[in-house]
Design a protein around this ligand. Structure first.
Ligand SMILES: Cc1cc2nc3c(=O)[nH]c(=O)nc-3n(C[C@H](O)[C@H](O)[C@H](O)COP(=O)(O)OP(=O)(O)OC[C@H]3O[C@@H](n4cnc5c(N)ncnc54)[C@H](O)[C@@H]3O)c2cc1C
Ligand SMILES: *[C@@H]1O[C@H](CO)[C@@H](O)[C@H](O)[C@H]1NC(C)=O
Length: 429
């Protein structure tokens, strides 16, 4: 039986994917949508999208994702819900002179993929050396030693929390119900035995309440294995440290307008936020995990994620010394770990859960750290799944477990290996 407009739908998680899906379903006329969220506010502080900004790039090495990203970016440019939160400052994709060959090679592949795609005609500026980069980013006062790459002007960044806030508001206006905190944190899904398997009939929240649904959609980000344990063999929760430098309004004004910059062998950073004057910077190593009893999930409280490892501080300062040396030794503020759901090949998982019947349980996961840019369209994929079935989204099917040395297989494209937080010294700031 197809999903009727009046059927109750539960969405677990008011993060990037959950909000987009709730909004899309409500816009299509679904009248009984409830979003369950473990934080006591939306935007949720547990969401990978919860902070000042996220890179909205339009190119991937893989043309399949470039097409999806180009579709998303058109929404960021024109959709009245998303456009106010997008800044098309361009995306500067570079490596330093110290980049290992594997990272230089990745940049080279990006460079080839944008050069070969007519969608980027007129948007690309080759940046073979520091002089060329200084021309497109005169705000960079550092020497940029050995830096090389390109600028793609068909890209920028989104003010991500603000965008989530806007989509949340639009959902409320369309009648979507939200249950938050203990009333929204799902302890477990509810099942009934059905011919051919188990039917998911809703979810039980921490306050002891059962929520009945015709279809339950789990969009719990890095936490997904807590809710759908069977997915644990395909997903690792991985985090990266996020840091900021607090600038004065006049310092912030002077730096305004440079492209969002990824230095592939160190990390990425954004122009200062116009409202808070904070400059966000992230070290982009292999990421960190939290392995507990064979399960890879984020820390369960916000307080536990409010720090960054020592290595992040070292690399953040190394990056800033090369590009903005005058602020390289400033205090790092609002440091925290930001969690995503990694798959072994960075493909999303958007599918019904095997063994469940009647399209009763869908999962939207495996964002692999590149999902925020898809926020305007990820709900469309969820709708396609519900309306047309999983064959519509062959790349994003539930996969057989890929395990290596007892752990989900490591993602090959990351520059360094993922290490567990338990063996990583914390920065004392
Ligand atoms: C450091 C960092 C930088 C990033 N940079 C970029 C970028 O530049 N560009 C980009 O496109 N993407 C970026 N991302 C990735 C992006 O943030 C994620 O892909 C995106 O947020 C994934 O969305 P999601 O809905 O799957 O998960 P989330 O947004 O994390 O949402 C999951 C939600 O589920 C809730 N939840 C979990 N468990 C439960 C439960 N039991 N009951 C109820 N609710 C629950 C959580 O509280 C959370 O709100 C970055 C991520 C990180 C960490
Ligand atoms: C990128 O491609 C352009 C044109 O194809 C080339 O001139 C340039 O050297 C390349 N740059 C890098 C960093 O690979």
């Amino acid at each position: 039986m197809p999903l009727a407009k009046s059927d109750p739908v539960l969405i677990v998680g008011a993060g990037t994917f959950g909000l987009s899906t709730a909004h899309k379903l409500a816009s299509l006329g679904h009248t009984d949508i409830t979003v369950l969220e473990k934080d006591n506010r939306v935007p949720s502080r547990f969401s990978g999208g919860f902070d000042l900004n996220k890179i909205i790039r339009s190119e991937y090495i893989d043309p399949f994702y470039t097409d999806v990203a180009l579709k998303a970016i058109r929404h960021w440019q024109t959709n009245p819900l998303y456009q106010p939160h997008f800044r098309q400052v361009g995306f500067l994709n570079v490596v330093t002179g110290e980049a290992p060959a594997v990272v230089q090679n990745a940049l080279h592949k990006y460079n080839q993929s944008v050069a070969a795609n007519p969608a980027f005609n007129g948007y690309l500026v080759p940046c073979p050396d520091a002089d060329a980069i200084h021309k497109v980013a005169p705000q960079f006062t550092g020497a940029l030693p050995g830096w090389t790459g390109y600028l793609n002007r068909l890209a920028g960044y989104a003010q991500s929390s603000n965008a989530m806030q806007a989509v949340y508001g639009a959902c409320v206006q369309l009648g979507v119900k939200f249950a938050l905190g203990e009333a929204g944190e799902v302890d477990e899904l509810l099942y009934e035995t059905a011919p051919g398997g188990m039917k998911c009939v809703g979810a039980l929240t921490k306050d002891g309440k059962g929520h009945q649904a015709r279809t339950t959609i789990v969009a719990a980000g890095g936490f997904v294995a807590n809710v759908v344990p069977a997915i644990a063999s395909q997903i690792s929760a991985v985090c990266w440290g996020v840091s900021h430098i607090q600038l004065t309004p006049s310092e912030s004004e002077k730096l305004r307008g440079f492209p969002v910059t990824t230095v592939r062998d160190i990390g990425f950073f954004f122009e200062p936020d116009p409202a808070t004057h904070k400059l966000k910077v992230c070290y982009m190593g292999g990421g960190y995990t939290n392995q507990k009893n064979g399960l890879s999930v984020p820390y369960s409280t916000l307080a536990e994620s409010e720090y960054v490892p020592e290595e992040d501080v070292r690399q953040t300062r190394r990056l800033l010394k090369q590009v903005l040396p005058h602020i390289a030794d400033r205090p790092l503020v609002d440091t925290h770990l930001c969690w995503v759901a990694d798959t072994s090949n960075s493909d999303f998982i958007i599918d019904f859960v095997p063994g469940t019947t009647d399209n009763s349980l869908a999962v939207l996961s495996g964002d692999s750290g590149h999902g925020f840019k898809m926020m305007p369209i990820v709900g469309d994929f969820a709708v396609d799944l519900l309306a047309k079935g999983a064959q519509e989204l062959p790349r994003w099917r539930w996969r057989e477990p890929e395990v290596e040395e007892g752990r989900p297989k490591h993602i090959a494209w990351r520059a360094t290996v993922t290490v567990d937080l338990s063996s990583t010294p914390r920065a004392k700031l």
